[in-house]
Design a protein around this ligand. Structure first.
Ligand code: PBG
Length: 330
């Protein structure tokens, strides 16, 4: 690194005009960096507001297909879909998650038949389907790792059979990427991309998401026995290296903004495709501050996303995706 000294060097020279700033900008954000998470619910021709996530809705399948078409027209490469499972279909074992006719599988088929060009990402974890809200199966009061793996593999199988392009295991069980990869090889589906939530922290910032999928009320206890301790960095590196070794094609660091250091370290040390997830709580904080007139919504949205590119992220999961895409497209 070379830097001159004042007055020969005046860094402000390069900031004088918009065009000089444009010339020396180190990072850029494009529509192709965006992944848009969407929520789906049962029913027809309905969309429901999520009070803790302003401007985000849950859509019925017919309407989520229109959102997928909108994403495609805006140039967004991929969407991720999360289901709100009706309470009567939830169980201790999360059986609905492995039902090939469940809400998420029907949604994947509808989107893929009507907007085949858009990438579709499915979340692999049992929390939308368990009545205790945990991502895995409980045995003797503890989320049992290996018992859960079998259910996750079956869940992943119904999702890829429905036609999804990317599996995103968000459950943080040990060994799940290997188990899913083995199933994909056995079933003759070697081209399915696994984007694993490799470094996912036990975070308070997931709160609004749990309202959106309807697991806030059912969730008993926290997720600290499988999601990571926010105090740890080296452990994130081990998690990422293990997932790469097990067959992940790309990884996610989650949440995003409070964990920029993790994104930077992973991308600098491992040079592996790394996605940031700007989670529900991060989105809602910006929306809430803007609603109070304390922050400029558009500027803070754009700045928050550029931070991920600066940290080295290949792309960003964000609920702001359509607004950002509109802005970037002019
Ligand atoms: C489910 C899952 C969660 C999120 C994505 N997948 C919640 C959780 O782990 O409790 C959070 C996304 C967000 O907050 O935007 N395993």
């Amino acid at each position: 690194m070379i830097a001159g000294s004042y007055p020969n060097s005046r860094p402000r020279r390069l900031r004088q005009n918009e065009w000089t700033r444009d010339m020396v900008r180190e990072n850029s954000l494009t529509v192709k960096d965006l992944i848009w998470p969407l929520f789906v619910q049962e029913g027809n021709n309905a969309s429901v507001d999520i009070p803790s996530m302003p401007n985000v809705k849950r859509w019925t399948i017919d309407l989520i297909v229109e959102q997928a078409a909108k994403a495609y027209e805006l140039g967004i490469p991929a969407i991720a879909i999360f289901p709100q499972t009706p309470a009567e279909l939830k169980s201790d074992e999360g059986y609905e998650g492995v039902n090939p006719e469940n809400l998420i599988c029907r949604t994947v088929r509808a989107i893929k038949s009507q907007v085949p060009e858009i990438g579709v990402i499915c979340d692999v974890a049992l929390d939308p389907y368990t009545n205790h809200g945990q991502d895995g199966l409980i045995k003797d009061g503890y989320v049992d790792n290996d018992l859960t793996l079998e259910a996750l593999v079956n869940q992943a199988h119904v999702q890829v059979s429905a036609g999804c392009d990317i599996l995103a295991p968000s459950d943080m069980m040990d060994g799940r990427v290997a188990a899913i990869r083995e199933m994909l090889e056995e079933k003759g589906m070697p081209n399915i991309h696994i984007m694993s939530y490799a470094a996912k922290y036990a975070s308070a910032f997931f709160g609004p998401f749990r309202d959106a999928v309807g697991s806030s009320n059912s969730l008993k206890g926290g997720k600290e026995t499988y999601q990571m301790d926010p105090a740890n960095t080296d452990e994130a590196m081990r998690e990422v290296i293990m997932d790469i070794d097990e067959g992940a094609d790309s990884i996610i660091v989650k949440p995003g903004m409070p964990y920029l250091d993790i994104i930077e370290r992973v991308t600098k040390e491992l040079n592996f495709p790394t996605f940031a997830y700007q989670v529900s709580g991060e989105y809602s904080m910006i929306q809430a501050a803007a609603a109070n007139g304390w922050l400029d919504l558009e500027k803070s949205m754009m700045e928050s996303l550029m931070a991920f590119k600066r940290a080295g992220a290949s792309g960003i999961w964000t609920y702001f995706a359509p607004e950002v895409a509109k802005k970037l497209n002019g």
